[in-house]
Design a binder for this molecule. Structure first.
Ligand SMILES: Cc1cc2nc3c(=O)[nH]c(=O)nc-3n(C[C@H](O)[C@H](O)[C@H](O)COP(=O)(O)OP(=O)(O)OC[C@H]3O[C@@H](n4cnc5c(N)ncnc54)[C@H](O)[C@@H]3O)c2cc1C
Length: 274
């Protein structure tokens, strides 16, 4: 899994399967209906165990076509948010700039309603095609996505996102390009993008910022083995070199304990710990 996650951590999966089309993905799911499996996109929000996982992993990265029709973009589940942003830019469509630097796929993004800089996928996703574990295909639209903060209809369910339609507004190409550049500069100025990580380790607790709470506990730069609270952004735990999943989990527990003792605030992991 270290080769399939941005944290670069994790032992072997039973098998990693990489279907190349939505139809192939549904066929694979039908074949695996009596087996345990996990669908992943870019692995940018996942911490996989050191000892590996004894079930199948289906990686969607090869199912990535993105088509634009007027102000609508249809993206297959493995399309990266960056690719969708560049198609939006090519077609002078505004409203997706916020997502251009989030290093995940639309499938993974919809599951947790990925967002940044006041934007969230909830604002632009109109319909989603998905299937259940038997390979039966369904579609939902609008409010049926039940989007919330880092949450959606798909968060607690076993469904697989197949594709989504995103609706944007026509805009001015140069303005869209400038906004993407500005947001991505803010990202690289603030975030430790030169180290493997899974992004913000913790959800934002209501009324607080996890990074500030961690900082105020004096935990900036704290480490367990190869896992370290980033000195650039305390909301990120980074793999500073050969970190194990256990290192990361221990550091997460340390941050949670210290923050709770000092501020009586629970900080919940945003990353998916397998
Ligand atoms: C440097 C960095 C910066 C980041 N910045 C942000 C940010 O600004 N905002 C933000 O919201 N996130 C951010 N993230 C986290 C991450 O990129 C997002 O959560 C992203 O949406 C995850 O997409 P993914 O394809 O990598 O999903 P994965 O990590 O592969 O999977 C995440 C979850 O979604 C499930 N899943 C994936 N694909 C599917 C599918 N097709 N059907 C059903 N379930 C699926 C997986 O089983 C898993 O439970 C950042 C991460 C990094 C490393």
């Amino acid at each position: 899994m270290k080769n399939h996650t941005t944290f670069k951590i994790g032992g072997n999966a039973k098998t990693v399967i990489t279907p190349t089309s939505v139809n192939e993905l549904v066929e694979v799911i039908k074949c695996l209906k009596n087996e345990r499996f996990l669908v992943i996109g870019n692995g940018s929000n996942i911490l996989a165990p050191d000892e590996g996982i004894d079930y199948f992993v289906i990686k969607t990265s090869k199912i990535n076509s993105v088509n634009c029709d007027k102000n609508k973009i249809c993206a297959e589940c493995g399309a990266t948010l960056a690719k969708i942003a560049s198609v939006a830019l090519e077609n002078s469509l505004a409203g997706f700039e916020f997502a251009s630097g989030i290093p995940g796929t639309i499938g993974g993004g919809i599951v947790m309603n990925a967002g940044a800089y006041d934007g969230e996928l909830s604002q632009v996703v109109k319909t989603t095609l998905f299937c259940d574990r038997m390979g039966n295909v369904y579609e939902i639209s609008g409010n049926e996505h039940k989007f919330g903060y880092r949450h959606s209809f798909f968060s607690d369910k076993d469904y697989v996102v197949l594709s989504s339609v995103i609706e944007l507004e026509s805009g001015i190409k140069d303005d869209i390009s400038l906004k993407m550049k500005e947001l991505n500069k803010r990202r690289s100025d603030k975030q430790p993008l030169n180290y493997p990580s899974a992004g913000s380790t913790f959800k934002r607790p209501e009324g607080y910022f996890a990074a500030k709470l961690i900082d105020d506990c004096g935990l900036k730069g704290a480490s367990v083995g190869g896992a370290k609270v980033s000195e650039k952004h305390s909301g990120f735990i980074i793999n500073s070199g050969n970190a194990t999943a256990n290192d990361v989990k221990q550091l997460i527990s340390l941050c949670q304990k210290e923050v709770f003792e000092k501020f009586a605030v629970n900080i919940e992991p945003e990353i998916k710990i397998l």
